[in-house]
Design a protein around this ligand. Structure first.
Ligand code: G3H
Ligand code: 13P
Ligand code: ZN
Length: 309
């Protein structure tokens, strides 16, 4: 099957009430771990690359590795630009065969966000590519963007409706309390499901995206710390909340931090248990397996996308 856009998978997700995992990719082991899990679960999946990932891995390598994944597996797979910072980056990805791009205009005011998103939508749609936009601000770090927690701003549902109508974007990322990275909540985890419900009421046919949605899986954090890491007090969005989100109209759930923790914990364990290891295959093989296990758990137990390919 060739690369697909997210259109059909999102339609199915809205009709059948499940979410699709969008996993950040940076290298071969991460890509393999994700697609092996998705194929075993017979699930659609979105592979997303940030500007940082593109700078690190380079477009030709990312494209070829994803082509290889499609040769091996017959599942719906979309290649998405995560947090596109400007029109030029979106255009570059569209011209290079990405099937979906995100233009992240959340750092601009409403009118500027509308104008920039519309410009990307016009170019993307004329090339058969879909566009994710963002309205509202997540606390935390997004690529080069730093938004202080004090500026965190939930999405206004009425504005979301106007934004989607004026831009023609295909999906919308909203801010309901998640944030990027390993430190999402100081106290209890809390998401504004009331805002999600209102957004779905006003724009029921627009697929909704949740960024900053890693669970920060406690066992993975413990493993990192046990084997020499220093990630104290990390906290993410509990599985139960993500499951509720996937039943309540969220179509795409973004995960990067959990993959970073999975990979790092596995590598740290090998190094701590046997300091004589210096063959990269000895530590990248368990790292890839831990990514596969983490992705399979999310698809099967949390997002509900098993057998939805
Ligand atoms: O939301 C941001 C993603 O976790 C990507 O992070 O820009 O460091 O690749 P990155
Ligand atoms: P996490 O940091 O919670 O994994 O979020 C990833 C993300 O939103 C990528 O766009
Ligand atoms: Zn994000």
């Amino acid at each position: 099957m060739p690369l697909v856009t997210t259109k059909d998978m999102f339609e199915k997700s809205m009709k059948e009430h499940f979410a699709i995992g969008a996993f950040n990719v940076n290298n071969m082991e991460i890509i393999q771990g994700i697609v092996d899990a998705a194929a075993k679960e017979n699930s659609p999946v979105i592979l997303q690359a940030s500007s940082g990932a593109i700078k690190y891995a380079r477009i030709p390598y990312l494209k070829k590795m994803i082509e290889a994944a499609l040769e091996e597996h017959d599942i719906p797979l979309a290649l998405h630009l995560d947090h596109g910072p400007d029109f030029e980056t979106c255009k570059m990805c569209i011209d290079n065969g990405f099937t979906s791009v995100m233009i992240d205009g959340s750092k601009y005011d409403f009118e500027e966000n509308v104008a920039l998103t519309k410009k990307v939508v016009d170019y993307a749609h004329s090339h058969g590519v879909v566009v994710e936009a963002e309205l509202g601000k997540l606390a935390g770090i997004e690529d080069d963007v730093n938004v202080s927690e004090a500026d965190a701003m939930y999405t206004d549902p009425e504005q979301a409706k106007e934004f989607v109508e004026r831009t023609g974007c295909d999906s919308l990322a909203i801010a309901i309390g998640t944030s990027h990275g390993a430190y999402k909540f100081k106290g209890e985890a809390k998401l504004r499901f009331d805002i999600l419900a209102k957004v779905k009421e006003l724009i029921p046919n627009t697929p909704i995206v949740l960024h900053g949605a890693s669970t920060v899986i406690p066992e993975l954090v413990e493993k990192c710390n046990k084997y020499g890491g220093n990630i104290p007090g990390a906290k993410g969005v509990p599985d139960e909340m993500l499951h509720e989100a996937s039943l309540s109209g969220v179509s795409k759930i973004n995960v990067d931090t959990d993959l970073r923790l999975a990979m790092t914990g596995a590598i740290r364990e090998v190094f701590a248990e046997d300091p004589s290891v210096f063959d990269p295959r000895k530590y990248l093989t368990p790292a890839r397996a831990q990514i596969e296990e983490t992705v399979a758990h999310k698809i099967r137990e949390v997002f509900g996308s098993s057998n939805k390919a």
